[in-house]
Design a protein around this ligand. Structure first.
Ligand code: EPU
Length: 420
């Protein structure tokens, strides 16, 4: 397994191009199963999760061509049974369920497992699909779903922690070809869901209310091929913004969408980080004196759970006490103990991490546990003095396109060490 070797203490300076969004493209890839015609998707990030999803689509019978940026899918002849092991290994692949049901009226997919950031149930996905008339049976790790006729219905998708992103995607994709009108209440409002809706509407779907908690979907008979450009990755942009601030440098983020980054930029400014918006670029500098901030993760447009770990790394550098409260995924604090290896002072109490910042960080060997935790360790390694080795960076490769190359261009002293 590869690792990153980082010599810390260099401020990041220069420009970085933001890649296409991982969490937008994965459901969009699933949506290509809704038509027999060709779909062309541009600004697709070259990530291991994307390559994995390509394999899942191929295993269902779709013709898939990915050149590292443009993805072409033609799902003319597909089957309703996905490869058990492929689907089980990537949680995002659960969103093939809705399109398979809509197109073939049946689907057999493996139940996604829990993961290191929390239990991650799919009860809301199944509830929504049942509302549309799907019969669901769970047997030997498989979800067997059949829906001879999908009919529009009223679906409430709010859960314990608010709306569900992929659950909303699944129910939308089942409803686009259903008979009649579906109204989803408490739908996820994330920009990635809006991008999926834009993609589906361009295919001929009739979905109103994108970006609001109420979606109205009028079923259509068939959908056609489409060309689409994926939105920029707001979490990648946010990660580089935090890295710039933590390193004491100044970075221009090209192609970032400030309108998708409201809560993140607001918190960075509260922490004293200077941010300038000019044309299509966002410039993030470093604070004269970094201030601690309190944050609670929330569904969009609140502060994203996918930025909590990176902000924690920054708060380790801010003299004073910050409280980071996780309301989306209960166990998403695996990075705290690894940050402590670098000298951070963090206590986790229930859903909150209490960070006593301002102690000097110094390099150490650390272990990445999930995608965003890994990003936090890289940020801390860049800010720390001395050498940090981040093991298991395959987590990072799932969701950041050539992260070490982008960081190196900004002046970071970082290198990939091929796995032993
Ligand atoms: N939930 C339920 N029941 C369900 C589904 C979700 O109780 O049926 C709960 C979850 O346990 C959690 C909350 O609802 O407490 C929100 O989970 P959600 O379903 O929105 O998460 P997801 O759709 O599985 C996506 C992203 C995650 C991101 C979350 C929240 C993709 C592929 N994944 O997951 O991304 O953290 O939304 O914004 O889009 C990441 O990129 O690192 C990542 C984990």
């Amino acid at each position: 397994m590869d690792s990153f070797l980082i010599e810390g203490g260099t401020p990041l300076r220069g420009e970085v191009q933001v890649s296409g969004s991982k969490n937008a493209v994965l459901p969009i890839m699933a949506a290509t199963l809704l038509t027999a015609e060709t779909c062309v998707i541009r600004r697709v990030p070259d990530l291991s999760d994307v390559r994995f999803m390509c394999r899942i689509l191929s295993s269902l019978g779709a013709e898939v061509d990915f050149d590292g940026s443009t993805l072409t899918v033609r799902a003319a002849n597909i089957t309703s049974t996905g490869d058990y092991d492929l689907i089980r290994k990537m949680r995002g692949s659960i969103c093939i369920l809705g399109p398979l049901l809509a197109r073939l009226h049946q689907a057999t997919v493996s139940l996604p497992g829990g993961c290191v950031i929390g239990t991650r149930p799919i009860d809301l996905h199944l509830k929504g699909l049942r509302c549309l008339g799907t019969q669901i049976r769970i047997d030997s790790g498989y979800i067997h779903a059949t829906a001879p006729e999908l009919s529009g219905a009223m679906v409430f998708l709010g859960g314990r922690a608010g709306p569900t992103v992929l659950g909303t995607a699944n129910v939308i994709m089942a409803a686009v070809l259903a008979e009649g009108v579906t109204v989803i209440e408490s739908a996820a409002c994330e920009p990635e869901v809006v991008d999926l809706i834009d993609f589906l509407n361009a295919m001929g779907a009739r979905i109103q209310g994108a970006g609001s908690p109420t979606l109205t979907i009028t079923g259509v008979r068939a959908l056609g091929g489409v060309e689409h450009e994926v939105i920029p990755d707001r979490i990648e942009a946010g990660t580089f913004a935090v890295a710039a601030a933590a390193s004491g440098g100044e970075v221009i983020l090209r192609g970032a969408r400030p309108d998708h980054l409201g809560a993140v930029l607001d918190k960075l400014q509260e922490a004293g980080v200077p941010i300038e918006r000019r044309g299509g670029a966002l410039t993030v500098g470093s604070a004269r004196a970094l201030r601690p901030v309190d944050v609670t993760t929330m569904p969009y447009s609140g502060f994203p759970t996918d930025m909590q770990a990176q902000l924690m790394a920054l708060m380790c550098l801010a003299p004073g006490t910050s409280i980071l409260t996780e309301r989306i995924f209960e166990s998403r604090f695996m990075h705290a103990s690894e940050l402590m290896r670098l000298g951070a002072d963090i206590g986790v109490e229930g859903p909150s991490a209490i960070v006593k910042g301002g102690r000097p960080l110094s390099g150490a060997e650390v272990m990445a546990s999930d995608l965003r935790a890994s990003a936090a360790l890289v940020i801390a390694g860049i800010a720390a003095s001395g050498r940090t080795q981040v093991h298991r960076v395959y987590h990072l490769d799932r969701g950041y396109e050539r992260m070490e190359v982008k960081l190196e261009k900004l002046g970071a002293r970082i290198q990939r060490v091929p796995g032993e």
